[in-house]
Write a new protein. Structure first.
Length: 386
């Protein structure tokens, strides 16, 4: 099982496909079993042409990809100019399932039983990659249903839109604009997730003692707004400035945990404050006695967090033979003021791993044993032998 990832910066799509496929076939010693095409193009027709162009070069390869505003290939990023990221993999035994909305929707909800029936026979440890068109399948309904139907690790993203205002998912020999793609891994392949949400904690953890829906009324039996104000006062001048525009709330996903761990914290937006009642609105479905912590997001925090996560992954014995990176549009050069930040750090920490992927507007990855839709996140799928 091997990977080859190529990035070709060119407005000439046919030439880019020829160059990328030739390099992949050379590195792999033959055609791949699976190709992951992600393309940024000026001409909307290129999204429709790409699957057929790839199929003429690799007629037997499964395609799993999409249009993108920015692409990652060969561990390099391109966010501004037309470019093709093409990653090829020797991955025999993968299986691609395409979900049309009518396949899984029932009474305007996603039915886990219908989803499971469409998936067919899958093992309890089967991992999968996911691409989802949010215009035709609601992520907040599809992702929890997929968790019920497919217990293994799921990593992916919302299919990004290009210059046309709809998603374009690429598989078979055509571009599709509806539903979801799920690529099931063979039993001998494990997807190890690395989920970098770009934040660091401030203050200390707090227990949600009273709430009304998404409004936290009290933390540690004190008005929630008073707790947040006290946290602000204890910060350095620099962190106070970050607090004013990049404050989020992280929720501990293991309710019975003895200690709070960053890798189990789900970062969610702070929706607003109610000064009259001292409450905080949070974009999360909380329960009484959940543990939360205020967190800040900036480039230094994101760098430090990813470094810690990759160091922990290395200590855990990770030996990936390939990787896909689903990276938020809010990261990349816009956050770090430099290109290749996240893929370069992966290779620095874990070796010369081929890395492909794209910049998404919503990343799908697990935290605390459940799969969520994230923002401002880098979700790595590390391919390993099981």
């Amino acid at each position: 099982m091997r990977f080859s990832s190529q990035l070709v910066r060119s407005g000439d799509l046919e030439a880019a496909v020829v160059a990328a496929t030739a390099a992949i076939a050379d590195e792999l010693g033959g055609p791949p079993d699976v190709v992951f095409p992600f393309v940024r193009a000026r001409d909307p027709n290129d999204y429709r042409r790409l699957p057929e162009l790839i199929a003429t070069r690799f007629p037997d390869a499964t395609q799993f990809g999409c249009a993108a505003r920015g692409v990652i290939g060969g561990a390099h990023e391109e966010e501004d100019e037309p470019a093709l990221s093409l990653t090829g993999a020797k991955l025999p035994g993968t299986r691609l399932v395409h979900f049309e909305p009518d396949d899984v929707m029932k009474d305007e909800a996603v039915d886990p039983a219908r989803l499971a029936a469409k998936l067919g026979d899958v093992g309890p440890e089967t991992d999968a990659l996911v691409l989802l068109d949010p215009f035709t399948l609601p992520p907040d309904a599809f992702i929890p249903a997929l968790d019920l139907a497919l217990p293994g690790t799921k990593i992916g993203a919302l299919a990004a839109d290009g210059p046309v205002p709809r998603s374009a998912m690429l598989y078979g020999r055509v571009a599709h604009r509806r539903g979801a793609l799920v690529l099931l891994m063979p039993p001998e392949v494990r997807l190890r997730p690395v989920v970098a949400q770009g934040c660091r904690p401030i203050g200390r953890p707090h227990v949600v003692t009273h709430l009304d829906g998404q409004a936290i009324q009290s933390l540690d039996h004190e008005p929630a707004l008073d707790v947040m104000k006290r946290c602000f006062q204890e910060l350095s001048p620099r962190d106070k400035e970050i607090f004013r525009h990049s404050l989020f709330v992280a929720v501990e996903m293991e309710r019975d945990a003895v200690e709070v761990r960053p890798d189990r914290m789900l970062v969610r937006n702070l929706l607003g404050v109610d000064p009259e009642h001292g409450t905080l609105g949070v974009a999360a479905l909380l329960q009484q006695y959940d543990v939360i912590q205020f967190v800040l997001r900036d480039s230094e925090s994101a760098t430090a967090e990813l470094s810690l996560l990759l160091d922990a992954t290395s200590r855990a014995g990770a030996e990936p033979f390939g990787a896909l990176l689903f990276q938020c549009l809010g990261r990349g050069k816009h956050l770090f003021d430099a290109v290749d930040h996240d893929p370069a750090m992966l290779q620095e920490k874990l070796g010369d791993v081929p890395v492909g992927g794209f910049f998404a507007n919503g990343e799908i990855a697990p935290v605390g044993g459940r799969t969520f839709l994230h923002g401002y996140t880098s979700a790595f799928a590390l391919f390993e032998h099981r």
